[in-house]
Design a protein around this ligand. Sequence first.
Ligand SMILES: [Zn+2]
Length: 409
Amino acid sequence: MIPPHISKEKIKSIREENENLSLDYIEKIATPILTELTEWANSTVYSKYNGRITLEIRLQESAEAWAITRPSDPMNPTIRMHVGMLREIYRDAFVFPLISQIIAEDSSTISNFNKIFKNLGYTFKSGVPRIPVSQQTELFKLLKPLYEKNRHEKLTDDMLASRFLMFELMTVWLFCHELGHLIQQHYLLQVIDGDEDISSISEAQDDLALHSKDTDENFFLKSQAREILADLEGVGLAVTYMIGKNLLSMPSIYMLLCAQEIMFQRFAVIYPDNFDIPDLKHPNPIIRSEFVQAYSVHFILDALVQRRHIATKGAMVDGMLYLSKRSSLMAGLFWANRYEVFDENNRPKFLRLSDEKHQESKLKYLKTMAHWIDEQISHIEPNHLMRENFLEYFQGLKLFKQPDSATSD
Ligand SMILES: [Zn+2]
């Protein structure tokens, strides 16, 4: 059933757009990215355990992804993705720069937002940032000649380059989230049927394992905490990927943050307009977003200092906060424009949920998650497949543990 705030007309036209995006094409452009990541995971992690991770890309329409382990053979797991999921990613990346530019040209949203940050050097007026040639992805360089032949006059190089950056980084982060489930060995914390030899974590929201709920009253809280831990592992691994590709600079960081925010907007569709903790395996995506954004700001700033791009964390902290808050704003507006009933009578869902009346219950949810994340880390830490991992660093940040602050600093 389509929730009432989602526009049926908009969904219909998105379905029509899908008809012009063949699954074969999407599979063709996503496969090299995912294959490279799989090879990296094998050489960095699984080869040390004489194991191998398998990537399974299925030509299916539904937008789904899984991390699959057989408990009898845990060092040979599978990451399965439906091309339908990759097509969602591609379509959003395709349209996001265009809608961002319309917002920049037809409204004062961005100029007002930039004023809050005193129009300092890191702010930008256009829909997407300028993307230097050094930040263009391999895929874009490969496909650029095709665009030269027949390009809409409004489609600038920056918009095209950011489209491909976003597609790549969103694909990378999704893969790394699934890899996070596997290298944190979440299957050890799942209850499975006695004679079944399969432990699978699906990103589909309606997939409830009732037998687990019946055996553990905190089943949903623990499962939600593990999703956030997979998100954070995904951030760390995606940043490692970006460093490997020389992409750790402002434009790519912004596109990564936007990609994450749009993914959360997608998952948020089925959640109610409140912060009651639902009986679902995945947390409210706004809670996931709060953790991911707060963690990304710290982690990326520390990575920039470590790589000597900046001298101190303080040198870029306002710039990172700008990118983080702007990505939330633009992803929320993008989603409202594309999918929601959005007019003078209907504010976007992400704005409704940021109303003052929700702040207390949101903070309570964040603190509850912080508690259960700690509880789950105590089981995950001894079993993490990478000796050098993010868990200690994350715990040092103490996110959402301060007595009465929604942010951690
Ligand atoms: Zn997950």
